[in-house]
Structures are given as structure tokens and as C-alpha cells.
Design a protein around this ligand. Structure first.
Ligand code: UN1
Length: 500
């Protein structure tokens, strides 16, 4: 792999730069930050540019300059670049997937799967760039050619989380570029390497200088100046509610277009007639894959009281049997949490709930792997009160709570009684119940007989209530966000003589 991103070596470990105006370079201050493996913190992955306002300024300037040409380039040529980048990522999926696992902590199968998914997203938006971008309308004047066209916005600021360190940057950057915008990408400070790999793939695919700029560093030193920069006309963010709300205030106040994807408290409702074995597998996958660190993760199993005891017992048994350990090992099902702070916070929430008397049926421990990894064993709580902290707050860890209910109506009422509304599942064999659920559930993504997590690139993604900002990502919705509409009334001059 060409590795111009590496600016040098320190302690035998690579030092990575920012990518600004088509060149890899260190932060203006020369500062770097370490990136360590959450399963084995002794494993130093690299030193990454700890950037600041000067770097953001240079990146936004480069993006502004590049917009003049990129914004007017043919969508077909933009599609070709995205398509080539997708092939590059595919060809490196094993290697990048391994790096993803090393820096984020999800299992190797998930790391490789996510890298392939990023490639698929790039491929999808290569196709989407070639789709019609406007409509032709009838006019009151028969001589008028009346149509709409969508045009790029300009410089977009993209702020991404650590939990999908290559897929989420891909699903924001790809449509931004496909529709003619230029980008400054600020990836999560815990997972900069995946963003470097995505940027490399796009640069190698022939993206012109300045069209995509990568600036690594902290939220305070990179994210904040990016959100405040008046030249950044649109911001797309995925992450916590607290940060999302701040971005919304700051960016909308200065007139920028904003797209936010934030938390979830996603329910899986299990009715008495469901295929229980299937429901068990899906609920556990939804709750525990990626150690529960997905905004789409299942955190509440809302179960018909008639089957709750048996279902809960089976959940405890299967969750207790999940192999926790080094995510690079093939047998591991649940890796570490992303950081020491995350593991402490989640373990603290578990302790708090047990302190309040909620029954911890399995997990919740901090196992030692001898390497100081940030592990928390998958935890299951029984008989969770819907309105308690455990029933309401997003923990972002491997924690599932069972809420027994008296039938489908109470299940839906409980499912809706949270401030989030990202995804929701129902398990049943009853088509009528399924349709009723689809209508009444307050969630942007609704599953019947499948887990709450997962997102295909060709459909809109986003939540209701506190989970999003109404705008949707991916699919056709991405064009809505990353472009603006122009309406054209095109009349021939009155004296053109054509109609005599
Ligand atoms: C998925 O469920 O595969 O940050 C994707 C998140 C979501 C993406 C979920 N925005 O977890």
C-alpha cells in the first residue's frame, strides 16, 4: 500500500499526518496524539496529528478553492473516482479490517465486514451520482421550459464517531463528493487510522487536491473551529446528543445546514407467538455485537409477560456464554469497549443499577486479560422499570434490560416512552400485529423479525424524536441534504422567429 500518510517513525511506530490540499502534512503545531488498541493498550498503533484551528483553516481554504472546479465537474467523472476508491477499499478489506479491529475493538469479522460495507457505500454513491438530479414540469406558458436541478452546497464539514470508523465517514463523505461538494473530515480522535485509509483510497482513485481534506484531533481543537467557520456551509455529524445539540446551536445560528444522527434506546418487542429461538439470536446480536456500541443497538427487550421468564432465562444463558476477549481472535464474539473511560462509565452504570436493586442476571464484570484491555462482560438485567435510568438512558455498551409487559398495546406504549426514536424491532408471526406496530412505533427504522441494528446504503437512515434532526442520510435522502434545488424558467426570446 502506498503510504504517503506516514510522515515518519517514532518509537518504531508510524507518525501520520493530515491530508490538506492534496498533501499529507503534520499539524501546524507539530503535536501528535497516540492511538492505542483498546484490547491491549500496550499496542501502540500510531501517532496522529493533534491538529488545531490553523489546520482547520488551511483545510477549509483548500476545500473552498477546490469547490470552484469540483462543483462544476461532471457527475460521471465524480462517479468514476468513487467507484475506483471502492475497488481499492475492497482489495484492502482484510488489512484495513484488521486495523479497524485494532483501533476500535469490534471483532475481526465485524471489522472486515465494515470495510467491505464502506466499499459498498462508495459504489452505491458512484451509481447515485449518475441518477437524474431534477425534474421537468409543465408551465402555464407553453413556450417555457420549466425544470429543477440540484446543485452542490459548497464546503461541507463532516464529523464522525469512533464506533463505525470507516463506514460512517464513507456514508457521509461519498454523497457529499458525489453531488459536487468539497469536504473537511474530522474523524473521532479514538479512530483516526480508518479515516486515513478512506482518504488514501479516494486520493489514489484520483480525487483532485483540496476536494477531501482530513484533519485529525480533538473535538475542542478541530471540531469546534470547523463548526464555527463561516465558509463551511453544511455540517453532518454522528455522535452523542450533547455534542449534536451544541453543533446544532452553533451552526444553525450562523445559517449552516445541519444533519445530526445521535443516540438511541432501541426496543425489541417479543410477542408470545414469536419464533423464540430466532428472536433470541436477533435480540442478542442487536444488543451485544460491537459490544453494544451502536446507536442502533438493542438495549430494551420488551417481552410479553406470559413468556418473559423462559425468554429471560434463555437470554441469560446465551449471553453468559458469549466469548469475551481479544477481538482479533476468531473465537471472540464480544471485544473490549473503545476506551478506559467508556468501560468505566458502563461498569459504573451497571453498578448503579444493581445498587438500586435491579436484578443483574449475568455479566457486568471487568475481566482481566493481562493486557489491561477495556472489557466489560455482556450484562443482562431482568425486570427493568421502563421509566428508570436503565430503561431510559443510552448506555452505549453491552447491556440489555428485559421489560415484561402485558401484551402488544403496553409493549408499544413502553417502547415509545423514551426521548429517542432511532430503530425498533418486533418479533411476531401475526401480520396484523406487525402492521399495527409499523404504524404506531415512533422510530425512523423499523424491523419486523430482525434485529434493530444494520443499515443498507440504498434506503434512508435516521431517527424520530431526539435521535436525529429530521434530515435523513443515505439512499435518495443523501441528495436532499448535500444539494440545494434550483428552479429554472427557460423561455426563448420573444423575437426568435421560430414560431413565427
Ligand atoms: C448499523 O446499525 O449498522 O452510529 C449502523 C451508529 C449509527 C450507524 C448504525 N449511526 O451506530
Amino acid at each position: 500500500m502506498a503510504n504517503e500518510a506516514v510522515r515518519g517513525q517514532r518509537d518504531g511506530v508510524a507518525v501520520y499526518g493530515n491530508y490538506i490540499a492534496g498533501a499529507w502534512r503534520p499539524a501546524a503545531s507539530g503535536e501528535t496524539a497516540e492511538n492505542r488498541n483498546p484490547a491491549r493498550p500496550v499496542d501502540l498503533i500510531g501517532h496522529f496529528a493533534a491538529s488545531g484551528a490553523d489546520d482547520v483553516d488551511a483545510a477549509v481554504s483548500a476545500a473552498s478553492e477546490a469547490f470552484a472546479e469540483w462543483g462544476r465537474s461532471s457527475p460521471i467523472s465524480r462517479a468514476n473516482v468513487l467507484y475506483k476508491a471502492s475497488e481499492i477499499l475492497n482489495s484492502r478489506a482484510q488489512e484495513i479490517g484488521r486495523e479497524l479491529t485494532r483501533e476500535e475493538g469490534k471483532t475481526l469479522a465485524e471489522g472486515i465486514g465494515e470495510t467491505n460495507r464502506a466499499a459498498q457505500i462508495l459504489r452505491y454513491f458512484a451509481g447515485e451520482a449518475q441518477q437524474p438530479s431534477g425534474e421537468h414540469y409543465p408551465s402555464a406558458n407553453p413556450r417555457t421550459l420549466l425544470y429543477t436541478m440540484r446543485e452542490p452546497l459548497g464546503v461541507c464539514g463532516i464529523v464522525t464517531p469512533w464506533n463505525f470508523p470507516i463506514a460512517i465517514p464513507a456514508w457521509k463523505v461519498a454523497p457529499a463528493l458525489a453531488f459536487g461538494n468539497t469536504v473537511v473530515l474530522k474523524p473521532a480522535s479514538l479512530t483516526p487510522l480508518c479515516a486515513v485509509r478512506l482518504t488514501e483510497a479516494l486520493a489514489e482513485a484520483g480525487l483532485p487536491a483540496g476536494v477531501l481534506n482530513l484533519v485529525t484531533g480533538s473535538a475542542a481543537k478541530v471540531g469546534d473551529p470547523l463548526v464555527r467557520d463561516h465558509r463551511v456551509v453544511a455540517l453532518s455529524f454522528t455522535g452523542s446528543n450533547a455534542v449534536g445539540q451544541e453543533i446544532k446551536m452553533t451552526a444553525t445560528e450562523r445559517g449552516a445546514k445541519v444533519q445530526l444522527e445521535m443516540g438511541g434506546k432501541n426496543p425489541a418487542i417479543v410477542l408470545a407467538d414469536a419464533d423464540l429461538d430466532h428472536a433470541l439470536t436477533q435480540v442478542i446480536n442487536g444488543a451485544m455485537m460491537s459490544a453494544g456500541q451502536k446507536c442502533t443497538a438493542t438495549s430494551r427487550a420488551i417481552v410479553d409477560r406470559r413468556i418473559a421468564a423462559g425468554f429471560t432465562g434463555q437470554l441469560a444463558e446465551r449471553i453468559g456464554a458469549l466469548t469475551v476477549g481479544d477481538p482479533l481472535a476468531e473465537t471472540t464474539r464480544v471485544g473490549p469497549l473503545v476506551s478506559a473511560e467508556a468501560a468505566e462509565r458502563v461498569a459504573g452504570e451497571i453498578k448503579r443499577a444493581t445498587g438500586e436493586g435491579v436484578a443483574l442476571l449475568t455479566g457486568g464484570g471487568r475481566p482481566e486479560n493481562g493486557d489491561g484491555g477495556h472489557f466489560v462482560t455482556p450484562a443482562l438485567f431482568g425486570e427493568v422499570e421502563p421509566d428508570s435510568r436503565l430503561g431510559q438512558e443510552e448506555l452505549f455498551g453491552p447491556v440489555l434490560g428485559v421489560i415484561p409487559v402485558d401484551g402488544p398495546d403496553e409493549a408499544i406504549a413502553v417502547a415509545n416512552r423514551v426521548r429517542f426514536g432511532l430503530s425498533a424491532s418486533l418479533f411476531t408471526r401475526d401480520l396484523g400485529r406487525a402492521l399495527d406496530f409499523v404504524t404506531r412505533i415512533q422510530a425512523g427504522i423499523v424491523h419486523v423479525n430482525s434485529e434493530t441494528a444494520g443499515a443498507e446504503p440504498q434506503v434512508p437512515f435516521g431517527g424520530y424524536k431526539g435521535s436525529s434532526s429530521y434530515s435523513r442520510e443515505q439512499g435518495k435522502a443523501a441528495r436532499e441534504f448535500f444539494t440545494q434545488s434550483k428552479t429554472v424558467y427557460l423561455d426563448p426570446p420573444p423575437d426568435d422567429g421560430i414560431r413565427g
